[in-house]
Design a protein around this ligand. Structure first.
Ligand SMILES: *[C@@H]1O[C@H](CO)[C@@H](O)[C@H](O)[C@H]1NC(C)=O
Length: 244
């Protein structure tokens, strides 16, 4: 192999002399000859020595080999699941706004249960017991029967505001009429009589009552209540003004 190189170099040096420096270094006086015909191409050289092992290649990634498929269509919607357990009760909300006003009432609704009124008169000429319930045993009016004549007391069945009034005839004797509300004296109306005179005294007031509270009249030691039928009456009345 080295021998070939040396031969090739020598031939090349000779050719240069003919071509480039013929007028200076070659002998003078003679015309240079024409260049020779190029030789035939040499034969292929022998195979070279086997090269060193190359660096490892970059590994291919799986997705570079397995091509990803197209996205599929959505599946059919499944059936609804079973109802879950009830949650705990929430906190009570705030009060709502007031409702619309109701329709006008019917003045002929006498069968309405929200009514209560009574007027009773005393049916005896004898004076009531002092410091005792004044009894009125003649029933003039007793809507829904809330006045108990046996007890001589009004018993509230419809909570609300009531008005009570009495008109008591008296003659020749002082009279005090006290309006009671569940064993509490609310008002005391007294008249002091002249001898041989006769008059009617009255009193009344509005009272708020809860269910089963009672209202009645009593006298104290001034018990000159007089009731003589055609000549004079003593009457106790009460009625519901407004139910609550
Ligand atoms: C009046 O009250 C008495 C005693 O509570 C009772 O026995 C009677 O039935 C009542 N009368 C009426 C008409 O409710």
């Amino acid at each position: 192999m080295f021998g070939d190189h040396i031969i090739f170099g020598t031939l090349l040096a000779g050719s240069l002399c003919l071509h480039l420096v013929s007028t200076d270094t070659c002998p003078a006086g003679a015309m240079p000859g024409l260049p020779g015909i190029p030789g035939f191409p040499g034969r292929d050289g022998r195979d070279g020595v086997k090269g060193e092992k190359g660096n490892p290649g970059i590994p291919i990634k799986p997705y570079e080999v397995i091509k990803k498929g197209e996205k599929g269509e959505p599946g059919i919607k499944g059936r609804p699941g079973k109802r879950g357990h009830n949650g705990e009760d929430g906190i009570r909300g705030p009060l709502g706004p007031p409702g619309e006003p109701g329709d006008p009432g019917n003045s002929e609704g006498s069968s309405s249960p929200l009514q209560s009124a009574f007027s009773v008169s005393r049916a005896t000429r004898s004076l009531p017991e002092p410091n005792a319930v004044i009894r009125f045993s003649t029933i003039i009016t007793n809507v829904n029967g809330h006045f108990n004549a046996t007890l001589g007391k009004f018993i509230c069945k419809i909570p609300g505001t009531y008005y009570f009034v009495f008109h008591a005839s008296s003659k020749e004797k002082n009279l005090c009429v006290i309006l009671m509300h569940d064993d509490k004296k609310i008002v005391n109306f007294c008249d002091h009589m002249q001898r041989n005179s006769q008059q009617v005294s009255s009193g009344g007031l509005a009272v708020y009552l809860k269910e089963n509270e009672k209202v009645w009249l009593v006298t104290n030691s001034y018990n000159g209540l007089f009731a003589e039928g055609r000549k004079a009456d003593s009457v106790f009345s009460g009625f519901l003004i407004h139910a609550h």
